[in-house]
Design a binder for this molecule. Sequence first.
Ligand SMILES: Nc1ncnc2c1ncn2[C@@H]1O[C@H](COP(=O)(O)OP(=O)(O)OP(=O)(O)O)[C@@H](O)[C@H]1O
Length: 265
Amino acid sequence: MSATLTAAPPPATRLEHALEIRGLFKEYTAGKPVLKGIDLAVAAEGITAIIGPSGTGKSTLLRCINRLVEPTRGEIRLRGTELTGLRGRDLRLARRRIGMVFQEYNLVERLTVMENVLSGRLGYVPFWRAWLRKYPEADIQRAFMLLDAVGLPEHATRRADALSGGQRQRVGIARALMQRPEILLADEPTSSLDPRTAVEVLELLAKLTAAENVPVIINIHNVDLAKRYARRIVGMAGGSVIFDGPPEALQTHHLQAIYGGEDWL
Ligand SMILES: Nc1ncnc2c1ncn2[C@@H]1O[C@H](COP(=O)(O)OP(=O)(O)OP(=O)(O)O)[C@@H](O)[C@H]1O
């Protein structure tokens, strides 16, 4: 199916978009595209949830945005900056504008919680400062503020490997916000967490990103959570966007089109 089932959210001017993706293709193997011409404009605020079956290209899409995966062709603009084709220093500068939260947290296990949060500034501080762990005082103050905001003020000096999954993901969120990103990408951030902790983590993510005016794109398997926290749902199937609209517009027949079949509903 190639047509999008529901019209995109109301038209907005270019300035209202944090990110614009046009005609994005990704082929890991020549001639076998995983992403088949994605067009997506992401508003400068709120959570956009990407749902879709395993293997449909959701992670590939997020990873094309921060160039962990090299797009085959197409355009990706972050507030006007074309990201595809950037190299070296320009790519590093662009990457620090994009925060990332991972399913498996990606913390440095042997470092403290505070050091992990401060590592969000690695793209900004000179190498020697990071090496000597001499971060500017303003960064340290902000790290304490963020640790407080994610509910872990008393854990600053604990090693990351001493934390629970939910606590680790809170550190992951604090680290991403430490970057002061212009957009935050979250790839299945709650898939490794129990249902209650997943809600707590999403609640926190929604609250903090709203407070800091950071738009979020989240890949998420749990459709109920997507509908609860996102202002926009993007449904992918077979490497294409086949639904794009507000949560209340997502109906059973859309889910059947996205995930296939009907016996599971
Ligand atoms: N590095 C890679 N090299 C080759 N193929 C890859 C690579 N990464 C992903 N793929 C393939 O691309 C397709 C899309 O994978 P991707 O991880 O983007 O899907 P997904 O929708 O995020 O899946 P899931 O929900 O299970 O995480 C899959 O067929 C996968 O096997």
